[in-house]
Design a protein around this ligand. Structure first.
Ligand code: ATP
Ligand code: MG
Length: 647
């Protein structure tokens, strides 16, 4: 791919921040310019907003690049910024309200949360876990997952959270890779009224496994479990009996905080390494400025702690800012498709952060559902995980935001630790589909194949030219892969693997993964743009397009389309959609084939798995589907694909 990614999409709509919002916003205009004048001074002042036991001697050490070290010599424990300092100033503020899938609920104040974290930390120590060890956390979205993460941080053990939807094989792979010493899990987790047997999966994963010596088990669903005496311990036996205060372990700024495996959309998961000082600086700064958090806010991020969004914007970012959050255990469709909006209403949520896949799902279910709920408490909306198509953005704006809430489309990765490209809600005029501009202090640009910056109006590759505090410190156990994956494309530039377009006004438009870009008759066409054109049609809720081999055009565009409200597709509609894409972005982008499907194959984190669709389109053997959330759909799509229309 090169600077020749076609500049197909023309977006004219724009939204200014409401005046009152701007006047009161945490981030005021001028913040980008000021940070650009002296990025290191910006990061230094952001780092001063977290609690250090000993200030750093050196802000940035680049001598071992591309492994950068931030705040060298600084000493801290991240839990003191997230808990202790808030307990001093406002002990009774709620850190989070939690709602269980069956409808049970709980609220924890900052002082209660600190006590629970200390008790869990003391229990881990009693089980022989300490500084330098790694603990896997394999749980659902119960309050204890947050407590467990912070308890590890309290004693200087790294956590490796493994999403509770992963199989025992995936868990085993991650336990081995990080040589975990402990596992924290549950008997079972609720999922749409059924029990996911987490403890059983842990037992399977530990067969013949050599590094894990203890397993801490929370009782949640009361399902039957088998027990390994000496290794397994009930949470309720060993945690609540501990002292409710434990002095935090003093850590170096560059000590390991956690390992997190990427979601695996593009292959073998990578154990991304994050350290204490820089990571906390990044998430604390971005949370305050991007989500504009105030004492009066009730913030809800719908992610799972198994993904980086949960780490950065459910746990560390909000707590570092003393925020009050909502955490919800279940899925959006249980017991019915209005559950999330019921929660917004019940808790009077003011800031809401979710993923495009969820928004498109709500579009498919129809706006009548959110329309029947009171969402008037909302004042700010966010999106993360995939490019948000302009139509989905507009739907979010209209039916969830009531046309009054700024939307922050935040681009970032597991590797970047915190948000990198985003509007600032009181500052930035937003354009649906664009993540706007780099966060203050972030030096991201679009370059061509040779690494030269593209002119406005052109597409190319997104790169980051200067280090930033919350950047990954490597891939666990594989320094060569770290250099190869992120630093070998261009000398000295961080290459995230995403295509991007720079518009005439300097806005960035993320175009999806470089690997997904299609080459049709010599034109580079991004999947995102064709998908957005399809979603732009009034009947379409979601779509995925891939390039499949074609003798005449090199690649031909194969589209998979989910219709709104369960409508049926037809030959007429196929022709209409092809015309719609042609009219919207040009005849070159017309899909050669269109398949209607009730759903799309997605990863566990909800991202479209184009790799599989490519296999289906080229009638190849299917690739690895273990990280697929809805594997049944693959068969359904394949059946449909054989009857697709082409010309
Ligand atoms: P893997 O690296 O294993 O394939 P993954 O990339 O899906 O998994 P994450 O780190 O969770 O794992 O996702 C980061 C990627 O998600 C980005 O590189 C980008 O492709 C996409 N992404 C995230 N947010 C946005 C956004 N706001 N706009 C466009 N794309 C986004
Ligand atoms: Mg990735």
């Amino acid at each position: 791919m090169s600077d020749a990614i076609e500049n197909l999409f023309h977006e004219e709509r724009r939204f200014d921040p409401p005046g009152k919002f701007s006047a009161e916003a945490n981030a005021q205009s001028g913040i980008h310019e000021e940070a650009a004048r002296d990025p290191l001074a910006f990061w230094s002042s952001e780092a001063e907003k977290i609690h250090w036991r000993k200030p750093w001697d050196r802000l940035l050490d680049s001598s071992d690049a591309p492994v950068y070290r931030w705040f060298e010599g600084g000493r801290l424990n991240v839990t003191e910024s997230c808990l202790d300092r808030h307990v001093e100033t406002h002990p009774d503020r709620v850190a989070f309200h939690w709602e269980g899938e069956p409808g049970d609920s709980l609220s924890l104040t900052y002082s209660e949360l600190l006590a629970k974290v200390c008790q869990c930390a003391a229990a881990l120590k009693q089980l022989g876990i300490g500084k330098g060890d790694t603990v896997a956390i394999y749980m659902g979205m119960v309050p204890e997952i947050t407590i467990a993460m912070l308890a590890c941080a309290r004693i200087g053990a790294a956590h490796s959270v493994v999403f509770g939807g992963f199989s025992s094989d995936s868990l085993r792979e991650r336990l081995d890779d990080a040589s975990c010493k402990g596992v924290i899990t549950q008997d079972g987790a609720w999922r749409r009224g059924k029990v996911v047997p987490l403890k059983e999966n842990v037992d399977l994963a530990l067969e013949g496994q050599e590094t894990v010596t203890s397993v801490l088990v929370l009782e949640r669903c009361k399902n039957e479990v088998t027990w390994s005496e000496g290794r397994d311990h009930w949470w309720h036996d060993v945690v609540p009996t501990q002292d409710d205060f434990l002095e935090a372990e003093e850590m170096d700024s560059e000590d390991l905080l956690f390992i997190l495996y990427t979601s695996g959309s593009t292959g073998k998961p990578k154990g991304i390494v994050h350290t204490c000082g820089g990571y906390l600086t990044g998430v604390s700064s971005t949370f305050r400025n991007v989500f504009d958090i105030k004492d009066s806010d009730l913030y809800w991020c719908t992610a799972d702690c198994g993904w980086v969004t949960g780490h950065s914007y459910i746990v560390y970012g909000p707590l570092a800012n003393g925020a009050t959050s909502l955490i919800y255990e279940g899925t959006p469709d249980f017991p019915d498709q209005g559950r999330w909006w019921d929660l917004v209403e019940k808790y009077a949520v003011t800031i809401f952060y979710t993923a495009p896949t969820a928004i498109r799902t709500f579009m498919k279910w129809g706006e009548e559902i959110p329309k029947s709920k009171d969402l008037s408490s909302l004042r700010l909306l966010g999106s993360v995980g995939e490019p948000i198509n302009p139509e989905a953005w507009m739907w979010y704006h209209e039916f969830i935001g009531g046309e009054r809430c700024p939307i922050v489309d935040t681009w970032w990765q597991t590797e970047t630790g915190s948000i990198m490209i985003t509007p600032l809600p009181g500052v930035t005029t937003t354009k649906p589909g664009s993540a706007a501009t780099p966060y203050p202090g972030i030096d991201a640009v679009v370059v061509d194949d040779e690494g030269n910056e593209v002119e406005p109006g052109h597409g190319g590759l997104l790169v980051v030219r200067s280090p930033w505090p919350s950047m990954l410190r490597g891939i666990h156990g594989d320094p060569e892969r770290y250099k190869e994956v992120y630093w070998s494309r261009f000398d000295g530039l961080y290459f995230p693997g995403d295509g991007c377009k720079l518009d005439e006004e300097g806005y960035l438009w993320l175009l999806g993964r470089v690997d997904d870009v299609m080459l049709v008759s010599g034109h580079n066409i991004s999947t995102t743009e064709v998908e957005s054109a399809l979603v732009d049609h009034h009947g379409v809720a979601e779509s995925a397009v891939v390039g499949r081999k074609d003798d005449t055009t090199g690649q031909a565009i194969a589209a998979f389309v989910v219709l709104k409200g369960g409508s049926e597709g037809s030959e007429e509609l196929i022709q209409e959609l092809r015309q719609h894409v042609a009219a919207k972005i040009g005849p070159i982008a017309k899909p050669a084939s269109i398949v209607f499907t009730p759903d799309l194959p997605k990863t566990r984190s909800g991202k479209i798995m184009r790799r599989l669709l490519r296999d289906i389109s080229e009638k190849r053997q299917l690739g690895d589907v273990t990280t697929l959330a809805n594997s049944d759909i693959v068969e359904a799509i394949r059946d449909g694909a054989t009857q697709s229309s082409e010309d």
